[in-house]
Ligand binder design. Structure first.
Ligand SMILES: [Zn+2]
Length: 154
């Protein structure tokens, strides 16, 4: 498989587009112009860009024929304001929020103090880990075969 590898050209497509739009500084513009004069591949790409740009400029400009923003603003000004959109806030409407915030703070203080209390937080953890032991708490076997000594019958 032979792959034709084109040589790395200095002006890439964005640079060519900027050159076409006249957005390059003087030195970059001179470099691109010199490269385009010497490189037929880039000159062909630049000619395609020029044709594309000319095609876009030839497209007809679409216009509404009226001021859409003025129509929208007029409708917004004429629309009646509903009372449901802006409910009045009374002092007792804030109570659920205040009660919820107080309960949240109290729960946080309670759980934080339980963690700091020392053994109170550690005892349930140790009991929970016992679940994974072979021998249950109190060394009472619950019926696992490994709990019983097997006597060989041979
Ligand atoms: Zn080139």
């Amino acid at each position: 498989m032979t792959e034709h590898t084109a040589p790395k050209h200095t002006p890439d497509l964005p640079t060519l587009s900027a050159y076409l739009d006249g957005e390059l500084d003087h030195h970059a513009e001179q470099r691109v112009a010199a490269h385009l004069a010497a490189c037929p591949l880039c000159a062909a790409r630049f000619a395609e860009l020029q044709a594309l740009s000319a095609g876009f400029k030839a497209l007809p400009m679409a216009s509404l024929g009226f001021d859409l923003a003025g129509v929208i603003e007029g409708r917004l000004a004429a629309a009646p304001r509903s009372a449901a959109a802006r409910p009045e806030r009374r002092w007792f409407s804030q109570w659920p929020l205040a009660i919820g915030a107080a309960a949240s703070i109290a729960a946080g203080v309670f759980m934080g103090s339980a963690l700091v209390a020392g053994r109170a937080a550690e005892v349930p953890r140790m009991a929970a880990l016992r679940v994974f032991d072979i021998m249950p708490p109190g060394s009472l076997c619950i019926g696992l075969e490994s709990c019983y000594r097997k006597e060989s019958t041979q």
